[in-house]
Design a protein around this ligand. Sequence first.
Ligand code: ADP
Ligand code: ADP
Length: 228
Amino acid sequence: MLSLKHVSKSYQNGSEVTHALNDVSFDIESNQVTVILGPSGSGKSTTLNILGGMDRPTSGTVTYNNNFINTESDKQLTDYRKEIVGFVFQFYNLISNLTVFENVAISAQLENKKYRNITEKYLQKVGLLKRKNNFPDQLSGGEMQRVSIARALAKSPKVLLCDEPTGALDTETSKRVFEILKKSKSKDTAVVIVTHNPLVAPIADRVIHIKDGRVDKIIDNPSPLEVE
Ligand code: ADP
Ligand code: ADP
């Protein structure tokens, strides 16, 4: 559904050029969890930014259901980000003066008359309906991340992009968050996770290893040892 073909990305700072990505090609499929692994500085964030329409490649193409994302206008790119992509961040990015319910509801399209049901459905899904009237600072890290997943899911994204979603969480909490991300894939939704956490292994359908801005290898149905 989402496809990178021969994508390169360079950053120019004065006379210095950094080649963050060099000729990267791979596909993201719905109903799969795709895990992007690689050492620090290898190009993972750049890849995620391009997949999410936050950044454009220097060369190469990005297509979503055969529509070219990289050649679209800024307006079309904004619509793609809003309508197609959901984001989960390492530090949750919840709004601190809104309740759990409100944080999720603003994503569930308030103009939609069913926003209450939608919000409660996803809070239930992440096991936090009973916390709906709490504020983010009354929650543990794992709970905040689960709220942020509910918020991302409430807009029914076709692509859920997760940047180090367990980077600030302990082992047990990480496992729970990964289980919820696994349940978030569907025939309409692809899940993409950038992580260093080997606990992601049991939920990975495809692993893309990135090294020095290139795809090192792509492994489908990886064994746990292939997710490190
Ligand atoms: P990772 O997420 O794997 O740590 P990044 O995609 O953040 O890797 O970075 C890949 C390379 O591109 C690194 O060398 C990084 O320093 C460089 N880079 C990333 N963003 C910028 C930027 N805005 N300007 C200049 N260089 C950048
Ligand atoms: P974690 O190890 O996952 O970060 P914590 O030790 O922070 O968990 O929290 C354990 C439990 O206490 C969680 O259910 C959390 O929601 C609750 N909790 C933590 N801080 C507060 C608070 N300020 N007000 C209400 N509940 C809290």
